[in-house]
Design a protein around this ligand. Sequence first.
Ligand code: TUI
Length: 311
Amino acid sequence: MRTPVNDLVGIKYPIFQGGMAWVATGELAAAVSKAGGLGIIGAGNAPADVVREEIKKVKSLTSNPFGVNVYYMSPFVDEVIQVVAEEKVPVVTTGAGNPGKHLPLLKENGCLVFPVVASVALAKRLERQGVDGLIAEGTECGGHVGELTTMVLVPQIVDAVDIPVIAAGGICDGRGVAAALSLGAVGVQVGTRFIACDECQCSPEYKKAILRAKERDAVVSGPKGHKVRSLKNKLTKQYEKLARNNASFEEMEKLGEGALRRAVKEGDIDNGSVMAGQVAAMITEIKPAKDIIEEMMQEAEEVISRLNSFK
Ligand code: TUI
């Protein structure tokens, strides 16, 4: 399946892997890129030298295009952008902020820029600023959430801009790919599905928590403006309790400190933040990135053929 994004980015399949902080290391990104998708390193709050090491890891494992997701609430955002530009990373995705001030440097260094957006207003502003494409992320996604669903957000952004739109949030199989293309997207971003993947370096406990998740387990909690979707556990219950008691923003923020690292690295899935999208309930098996991608594309093609037979 070829869409305009395959040629723009130089990938076999129109699938971006979500740039998940702590989870999306060089190993995962390289496996996805090797398999024909776009693997993406999640820079999260990591310092620039750590991000450079992950970039070097990907470059040593594959010559295919890959990306780095830059998290705009990181204290190291300027240094990370500098490294990404120096390393001429083929694709830069951004989250939780506006990358406008960094666009000239990134463009000078040949980086394609695809910001993640959750609103039509920001999508239009970023198109005017000259980004190459957008990732429209619906509230079904894991981690930081916006308000609109993928079903409602994607077509509105597609109608509002003239640059390629990638759909994200709630996509883990070929049905989701076909649905995203029906909404006018030219590709998909898939996060949670790639956590339950052989090459993902996160703790086995995190992967197992995803396999066990049921349809209402991926809940939204956390401080106002910083709410994230994660699997229900002791931490999310504590957040809910603090919210009921009108706890201060600072108290809520404190509870979240280091929580993602605890779940991903230490396997503490009770007190850590097990960020995952609503699709967690649809994931039942850990497999190689290549199988995930090939099965997803095969199923999407079958769905599209079935739809064509309805004429
Ligand atoms: O960023 C995400 N997802 C995330 S961030 C996160 S939390 C984290 N914790 C520890 C280390 C690193 C990260 C977990 N998941 N998604 C992309 C996204 N960005 N969705 C919505 C936005 C967004 C929101 C506001 C983009 C821009 C924006 O404001 C822009 C402006 O106008 O300033």
